[in-house]
Design a protein around this ligand. Structure first.
Ligand SMILES: Cc1ncc(COP(=O)(O)O)c(C=O)c1O
Length: 388
């Protein structure tokens, strides 16, 4: 570290150099990210609350009220009036909190010491972290021909040690929505915590469903659903790190709360201690600014771009893994290996990501990818296709 202070302008010119090495969402070249540039009003609110610490909410009562209000606002489109929960750093932390609550309650109420959790093979890798940290056996069940969790396998895997079942509303790789209603029935019959990971789909499915999309129920309207992850920093247009975990009631938070003596409140149920209030303020700002109408418009635009890409790919002879349900298109070329196709696209300066099951190029139609970017991408894919 420098011994003597460095002046502001010099620091910022150094920072500019670092930033110039980063990819920019606005270039429209980042095809595989579930995050995007935050809405300007969210950024403004973020900086306004940059110093507030929700780890010590007695000092930041206004910010705490914002957090509670945001959770209620999210709850209003997930069929729950008064959710318990927190704004957290993202889907990973939210999923870990949900599973920790399920594990603790199963231990306290049923005496389960060697717990197991059942997740689909499509589950995000955060559940591997959760299983490892919480000392749970991870049971990964097969998917059916539509890449949805096979509920028959779930039924077969449930046993006396099962502490949680997980369903996904918007899978990371393909954007599929698991049959949460069937999982809910299994969960209720066996008195098991059903957690829904809607980190990606939470800010689109409810709005698309309301406008006629044929999507299954996935939220607290289903009796078995006890917790839902939903990430404002994905389709919610809030800055990183804005995640959300909602529980059906306070008892699930109590199950993961610890006492601490020296702060303004006496219990804390989040994983992190010191915790930024800025994400709550930013999410409050963008949600209020857009309203349900704005999110519906956003989701519909994302789906229009999705269909535009999907149709063009088919016309060029590329093969879709499955017809997209949400704003993710996964595809291959019949005569090019996925890795080779990824390299050819990288050579043309596209920032590509691949799905693993099945292997495919995966494009997530986030806000920063505009129609003109897709036209360029389609032209490049046509050129690749003709060159082999
Ligand atoms: C379905 C799902 N759950 C959880 C996560 C983890 O979210 P984060 O990266 O915000 O921790 C992701 C990330 O892509 C996801 O797609």
């Amino acid at each position: 570290m420098n011994e003597k202070p460095i002046f502001h302008d010099e620091i910022f010119s150094q920072l500019d150099k670092f930033q110039a090495m980063d990819c920019k969402y606005s270039d429209g070249r980042i095809l595989g990210s579930m995050c995007t540039e935050a809405h300007p009003i969210a950024k403004e609110a973020f900086f306004k609350f940059i110093d507030s610490n929700l780890g010590d909410p007695g000092l930041f009562k206004g910010t705490k009220l914002i957090e509670d209000t945001v959770l209620k606002m999210i709850g209003s489109f997930l069929s729950i009036e008064n959710p318990a929960g927190h704004m957290v750093t993202g889907g990973t932390e939210a999923n870990i909190m949900a599973i920790r609550s399920a594990r603790n309650l199963a231990r306290d109420n049923k005496g389960i010491e060697n717990g197991e959790m059942i997740v689909p093979k499509s589950a995000h890798f955060s559940f591997k972290k959760a299983a490892d940290m919480l000392n749970l056996k991870l049971i990964r069940v097969d998917l059916d021909e539509n890449y949805l969790i096979d509920t028959k396998c779930v039924e077969e895997c449930v046993n006396d040690n099962t502490v949680a079942i997980v369903g996904i509303a918007g899978t990371t790789e393909l954007g599929m929505i698991d049959p949460i209603e069937d999982l809910s029935k299994i969960a209720v019959e066996n008195d098991i915590h059903l957690h829904v990971d809607a980190a990606f789909g939470g800010f689109t499915i409810p709005f698309l469903k309301e406008r006629g999309y044929d999507f299954p129920d996935f939220d607290f309207s289903l009796e078995g659903v006890r917790s839902i992850t939903v990430d404002p920093h994905k389709m919610g247009l809030s800055p990183i790190p804005s995640g959300g975990i909602l529980f059906r009631d306070q008892s699930y938070l109590d199950a993961i709360s610890v006492d601490f003596p020296y702060l303004t409140v006496k219990h804390q149920s989040t994983i992190v201690g010191t915790r930024l209030g800025a994400a709550s303020a930013a999410t409050y700002a963008v949600m209020s600014y857009l309203g349900k109408e704005g999110y519906a418009k956003n989701a519909i635009e994302a789906m229009e771009k999705t269909h535009f890409l999907a149709e063009n790919l088919k016309n060029l002879g590329y093969e879709l893994i499955i017809e997209p349900k949400l704003n993710i298109v996964a595809f291959n070329h019949p005569d090019i290996e996925t890795d080779d196709l990824a390299n050819l696209l990288e050579d043309k300066n596209w920032k590509v990501s691949c799905s693993s099951y099945p292997e495919a190029i995966r494009v997530i139609l986030m806000n920063h990818i505009k129609k003109e970017h897709l036209v360029e991408l389609i032209n490049d894919l046509e050129e690749i296709s003709k060159s082999i």
